[in-house]
Design a protein around this ligand. Structure first.
Ligand SMILES: [Zn+2]
Length: 564
């Protein structure tokens, strides 16, 4: 089984998934979840060990690459699968995957990622024209010089708002009052296209055009969905796209999913609910839960843990980020996160949004921004030997005349870690694995620690059963679950040998939800003791089963004989 990490084309990714399954068919199930408009299958992978069926155990879902260009997520998801399969004989892995189930959807945007990996475009979700309106005239980001990349263009212009740093001519600085020229323009590499889509000889303005591929799968989920005019990229209606529908159907069809991580880039931050406002939007119970988990989640990932709102609030009333994790939490009560992998700023010692949020980032002065840019360039020179920043080189632009094209490699430095040195991408795989194992370890786990039969005389036996949740989380996972769903409680079922019956009520009981040991109340209500008085003749064999959609199942058997 291959172990090297990389940014795999679709066929290579599928071949690796099939290799994982072929290596450990008793542990790995590979399923087709849906099909993209270009005909690619979206695969889901189930990892499970031991005799218990995957759906009879609490589960974590990890998905990746809902955003076409965030291919680090796919690589990390594959690392998670391959490393667990490779280490399946280790006791910790056996124990974890015998008591829990891991579901992985390694690439959602199967068409978009393929276009991203084979063409120059930066793509949000798919190379699908959206919204379907005529393209306005404007400057379109395109690979003008044919080097396969869309970089930046700069050129001298007395009206320009930029200057070149005298010490490092790679670095562009904002023009300051009182400063002398030469001044520069700076814009994404591209051309001006008129109403007919032609590269016009003259252009009226330097106005960038919106991407023709404006769809954002992560704005297509039902929670807080808003139409296009209010939420760009939203899609025609919630789950209008086959890719998002495949994920939603998977989640809805697997009632055992209690935790969910969606892998994205970039920033180096673990995002948690809510996205709709400050923590006062959460119930007091869930506020406590997220606060209590923060140090542990930070320790697992090495990344700050922020609410999506905290990270992205800008201070004005721009619409906030919302996505699959919001849907999972708000509508299903799942403990849901977005993991933004790859922290270029952190590695370079610069300021990223993961540290103080977007609001703090927007508040940086031009001087502070340039200081940070110098740190990034220094990191590029030291760690990448300068490969991450394409030197400015002269180019004859059809519309602008003499320009220079260059700048950061957007795809494989800014958006995803460069493959060389390899430890950068490997780090994100390890972060993903640690978080996945940590979350699997928090899930509720139903158990029957004891079941006993006690003779009461006169042909009667008393059955005493303890049913417990051995996990950190309660069986409902979050308090939000109760606002969102009708979740069945823990069901305890007793089956008796023929000729025996209960004198004390039904043999099948719903005992409600059980807390986890992580519940702040003490003692935590994570066990329940049940009694039945049984009447019959001869030997009695009892089978006790406890089951819950999110906490798994356990069963035990006990035998006894009634004394007259
Ligand atoms: Zn993303």
């Amino acid at each position: 089984m291959a172990a090297d990490m990389g940014y795999l084309r679709y066929d290579d990714l599928v071949a690796r998934l099939k290799a994982i399954r072929d290596e450990a068919p008793d542990m790995v199930l590979l399923e087709e979840l849906g099909k993209s408009p270009e005909g690619r299958i979206i695969f889901g992978c189930t990892l499970s060990l031991g005799p218990r069926a995957p759906e009879d155990k609490p589960a974590l879902l990890v998905d990746a690459n809902v955003h076409a260009g965030e291919v680090t997520g796919s690589a990390a998801a594959l690392y998670l699968l391959e490393s667990l399969v490779r280490e399946r004989s280790q006791p910790e892995v056996r124990e974890l995957l015998s008591s829990t189930t891991l579901y992985v959807i390694p690439r959602i945007s199967v068409d978009g990622a393929e276009a991203y990996l084979t063409g120059p475009e930066m793509l949000r979700s798919a190379k699908r024209r959206y919204p379907e309106v005529p393209l306005p005239p404007g400057w379109y980001a395109e690979d003008v010089d044919g080097d396969g990349k869309i970089l930046w263009m700069r050129w001298e212009d007395p009206l320009g708002e930029w200057t070149v740093d005298p010490e490092d001519p790679r670095l562009m600085r904002r023009r300051r009052p009182g400063q002398k020229g030469p001044f520069y323009r700076l814009m994404a590499e591209g051309v001006y296209r008129d109403e007919a889509g032609e590269v016009a000889a003259v252009y009226p303005q330097l106005r960038p055009a919106p991407s023709p591929y404006g769809l954002d799968f992560n704005r297509n989920y039902p929670a807080f969905w808003q139409p296009e005019a209010q939420q760009p990229g939203a899609g025609e209606f919630p789950l209008s796209e086959p890719e998002t529908r495949a994920v939603a159907q998977f989640i809805a069809g697997h009632k055992n999913i209690g935790a969910y991580v969606s892998l994205h880039t970039t920033g180096g931050v673990l995002l948690r609910p809510p996205s709709s406002g400050g923590d006062e939007k959460l119930s007091p119970e869930d506020r406590r839960l997220f606060q209590a988990l923060t140090p542990y989640l930070k320790e697992l990932t090495g990344y700050p843990v922020l609410s999506t709102y905290e990270a992205f609030a800008t201070g004005d009333d721009r619409p906030l980020v919302k996505g699959a994790d919001d849907w999972a939490y708000e509508h299903r009560g799942i403990l849901a996160f977005t993991l933004e992998l790859w922290d270029l700023d952190g590695r370079a010692g610069a300021r990223g949004y993961s540290q103080g949020g977007v609001k703090a980032l927007l508040a940086l002065s031009p001087e502070e921004r340039e200081e940070d840019e110098k740190k990034r360039l220094k990191w590029n020179d030291e760690v990448l030997q300068g490969r991450g920043f394409h030197p400015w080189r002269p180019f004859d632009h059809p519309q602008l005349g003499k320009v220079e094209i260059g700048g950061w490699d957007r795809k494989f430095v800014l958006q995803n870690p460069p493959l060389d040195p390899p430890h950068l991408l490997e780090h994100e795989g390890k972060v993903t694995r640690r978080l996945a194992e940590g979350l699997l370890g928090l899930l509720p786990r139903l158990a029957i620690p004891s079941a006993e039969l006690k003779p009461l005389g006169e042909g009667l036996l008393q059955l005493q059963v303890t049913v417990a949740n051995e996990g950190y989380l309660g069986t409902a996972i979050t308090a939000q679950t109760h606002k969102a769903l009708k979740l069945p409680g823990v069901e305890v079922e007793v089956e008796l040998s023929p000729g025996w019956r209960s004198l004390s009520g039904p043999l099948r009981r719903d005992v409600g939800q059980l807390a986890g040991w992580g519940d702040p109340s003490t003692p935590a209500q994570n066990a329940v003791h049940l009694r039945w008085v049984l009447q019959g003749k001869g030997p009695l064999a009892v089978k006790v089963t406890a089951r819950h959609p999110r906490a798994g199942r356990d069963e035990t058997r006990v035998e006894g004989v009634a004394t007259p």
